[in-house]
Ligand binder design. Sequence first.
Ligand code: CO
Length: 149
Amino acid sequence: MRVAAISVLLTLAVLATSCATAEDAADEPAAATQEAAEEPDADEPDSATQPALEVDPADAEPAAEVDITGFSFEPEVVEVDVGDTVRWTNGDGTRHTVTAGADAEPTDAFHLTFADRGDSAALTFTEPGEYRYFCTPHPFMEGTVMVSG
Ligand code: CO
């Protein structure tokens, strides 16, 4: 009788151990899921990888101003230093964009939209370079921002 009782106790002990193990295993995926959920934040682009950052045109103290007028960018070329801000203002009653790229091929460096006359937008350039841009609806409209380091 005593042997049987010990056997039962051992079985219970083994069951308890395997239950605890199963519980531990169940905890792990939850922790892994939480970690995975936090990962996208770390992957978000930071300012170091974007050569031009959109800033509030009202707060900007631009080093250069570009008028969008008569289906052209005036002046067509502006020269600024790294850290400077360029502000564009739409003088036409037509929707225009300032889209990074050349020959009607956009890049992901920047894309500004001007829906109405008087709309303005501004970019602060964080990397030196020659940034050609165009207007998506009117690819013949082209401009360049030269940024010196
Ligand atoms: Co246009």
